[in-house]
Structures are given as structure tokens and as C-alpha cells.
Design a protein around this ligand. Structure first.
Ligand code: 13P
Length: 349
């Protein structure tokens, strides 16, 4: 190649496909300051710019895990601009391990007027301008989370419609900026009261996804250049129902097959308060039920980080152990994305 020839820039659709390449998945490390404070409270750690950096540096420097199992990381704006303790920008670390940087662009979910306990996600104002900046900083994909509550009163049709509408407007703006939108409508399993049945989750998830795809089409979003980040179909966390991994997998695939067009390249689930083991087992069960029209993988926050965070505990001396735990969880989920996870692999570890 001559020095003047530019390297080909991957198209957003290539980025979307790369994020869900076989055996690869996304690390969601975009906890807001409030959320990471809750997680650090468990290990008794103060939340500062430095502790957030040190914790995330521990994850991002898990070099082999990042290279082998993690295709992309969802960051906060702070982390996208942040550097490791030795001054290396985090985005430079990602380049070394071929990990794609992503950015959470919503500004959080707030009480929705006229509803009982429902929320609407904010952040559209000024988003076009922010996306230009994020693209300049190296972000290739983005995330926006809409929250759908389940109770005797929720969700209302208005709550589902409004959240689907803003997700579509966000996705259209991302594609205009050359950034792959990850569209995340989360039907909450761990909301209040959280005792709903798996059947109710299936109905609400189905209606939510139907509305989301209606709005995405209306907004002219290219479905081949986006990813969906949904919840799995499970009972609420305080329900007495205890479905098996195969039952959860079958119920989830039933809803997804009815609602998600085959032109969507991939579906990367959130973990939503499931145990680490359950999030892995359920994903693997789904992939065993293939062939499927889309790649199915993980975009987990808690279910990838729980064990590593506890072992780390804020102490530099614990970094190697914490990285082993993170690499193990990432590997288990990578196998699950291939439908090849076995419970013995976790027991052996
Ligand atoms: P959890 O996997 O912890 O649910 O987080 C994923 C996420 O990105 C939520 O927005």
C-alpha cells in the first residue's frame, strides 16, 4: 500500500457485525456515578475519579480476556476521556487488544409524568452535537437504555410508546454520526414489586419490542446497522417461579423470533440482576436452540463484573486475582455465546 493510500474505514454495519462476532460479546462498564457508588458501597470503597479509574483499569488491562472474548466496551463519558494511572489513554489500551470503544449517551431515566412508577429516558437535546464529539474521541457505537416497569399499573401504552420513540430518535441520530446504536429497552425484572410471572414478562417484552421496531422503522433507522440489547424473558426477581434455563431460553426466543427482524445483525442481552451463573446458562441454552436469524451474545454489566469487583476490593495487590475472575467469567460467557458452556466448567473453576 502506498503511503498516501488511506486504510479502509470500517462501515458502521461492519462494526455492528464485529461486535457480535462468534464467541465475542460486550462489557458494559458504563455505570453512572450513582450506580458505581452503589456497587463500591458493597466493598466499602469511596467513589472518586481515581477509584473509578483504578477499578476500570483492572478490567481493561485483563489483556487476554479483552482480546479473546470482549469485542467492545460501553463507557461513560468520563471513562472515554480518561487515562490509566500511567497516563495511557484507555482508548489506546482498547486499540492494543482490538476492542471497540462505545459510549452510553443517555442521561438517565426519570419519573414520567402522568404514570404510576414509570420512567422516561432523557438525553436527546444536544445529542447530535455530543455524538460528533464522541466520534472524534473514538467511540464507534453507543447505548441508550429505556426502562419499562412492570406492576399492576405499569407499563402503560404511553410509557412503552414514549420510550420506544426516544430510542428510535437516538438511533437515527447515531447512524447520522456514523455510530452504531445499541437499542436497549429493558423490561425490569428487579423493579417494584418485582413479583410478576414469566408469562407477564413475555407479554410486556413482546409489546415493547413490537413498538420499538415500529418506531425504528418510522424513524428510518437501518436495522442492519444497529444492535438490540434486550432483557431475557424471566419472572420478576421476587416471583416464586423457578423456570429452568431451557424454559427461559425457549420463552425468550419465542418473543424475539416474533418481534426482531432478521436484518438486525445481533442481539446482546443485558444481565438485569440475574446471577452470574444464570446469565451464562440462559445464554448458552438459547444458542443451543439454533440456528437463529441473528447472533446472540452478552452485553453484561453485573454478570461480568460481580466476582472481579468483590475480589479486587479496591486494593492494588488484588488486581491479578480479580483479573483471573474477570477472565473466567468472560470465557464462560464467550462459550455461552457459542452454545458451548457446560456447568462443569464453572464448577471446576
Ligand atoms: P446489567 O448486565 O448489569 O443489567 O447491565 C447492563 C447494562 O448495560 C444496563 O444498561
Amino acid at each position: 500500500m502506498s503511503p498516501n493510500e488511506e486504510l479502509p474505514v470500517p462501515s458502521p454495519n461492519d462494526v455492528a457485525r464485529k461486535l457480535v462476532a462468534p464467541g465475542m460479546g460486550i462489557l458494559a462498564a458504563d455505570e453512572s456515578e450513582g450506580t458505581i457508588a452503589k456497587r463500591f458501597a458493597v466493598i466499602g470503597l469511596p467513589v472518586t475519579f481515581e477509584t473509578r479509574r483504578d477499578y476500570r483499569e483492572m478490567l481493561f488491562r485483563s489483556t487476554e480476556a479483552m482480546r479473546q472474548y470482549i469485542s467492545g466496551v460501553i463507557l461513560t463519558e468520563e471513562t472515554l476521556k480518561q487515562s490509566a494511572a500511567d497516563g495511557t489513554p484507555f482508548v489506546a489500551l482498547f486499540a492494543e487488544t482490538d476492542v471497540i470503544p462505545g459510549i452510553k449517551v443517555d442521561r438517565g431515566a426519570f419519573a414520567m409524568p402522568g404514570t404510576k412508577g414509570e420512567k422516561i429516558t432523557e438525553g436527546l437535546d444536544g445529542l447530535r452535537h455530543r455524538l460528533e464529539e464522541y466520534a472524534r474521541l473514538g467511540a464507534k457505537f453507543a447505548k441508550w437504555r429505556g426502562v419499562i416497569a412492570v406492576s399492576d399499573y405499569a407499563p402503560s401504552r404511553n410509557g412503552i410508546r414514549a420510550n420506544a420513540h426516544v430510542l428510535a430518535r437516538y438511533a437515527a441520530l447515531c447512524q447520522e454520526a456514523g455510530i452504531v446504536p445499541v437499542v436497549e429497552p429493558e423490561v425490569l425484572a428487579d423493579g417494584e414489586p418485582g413479583d410478576h410471572s414469566m408469562q407477564r414478562c413475555a407479554e410486556v417484552t413482546g409489546e415493547t419490542l413490537a413498538t420499538v421496531f415500529e418506531e425504528l422503522r418510522l424513524a428510518g433507522v437501518d436495522l442492519g446497522g444497529m444492535l438490540l440489547k434486550p432483557n431475557m424473558v424471566t419472572p420478576g426477581v421476587r416471583s416464586a417461579e423457578r423456570p429452568s434455563d431451557s424454559e427461559i431460553a425457549a420463552a425468550t426466543l419465542n418473543v424475539l423470533k416474533a418481534q426482531v427482524p432478521a436484518s438486525v445483525p445481533g442481539i446482546a442481552f443485558l444481565s438485569g440482576g440475574q446471577s452470574d451463573a444464570a446469565a451464562t446458562a440462559n445464554l448458552s441454552a438459547m444458542n443451543r436452540m439454533g440456528p437463529l436469524p441473528w447472533a446472540l451474545t452478552f452485553s453484561y454489566g453485573r454478570a461480568l463484573q460481580n466476582a472481579a469487583m468483590l475480589l479486587w476490593g479496591g486494593d492494588l495487590a488484588n488486581v491479578p486475582q480479580a483479573q483471573v475472575a474477570f477472565a473466567h467469567r468472560a470465557k464462560m460467557n464467550s462459550l455461552a455465546a457459542l452454545g458451548k458452556w457446560q456447568p462443569e466448567l464453572d464448577r471446576a473453576a
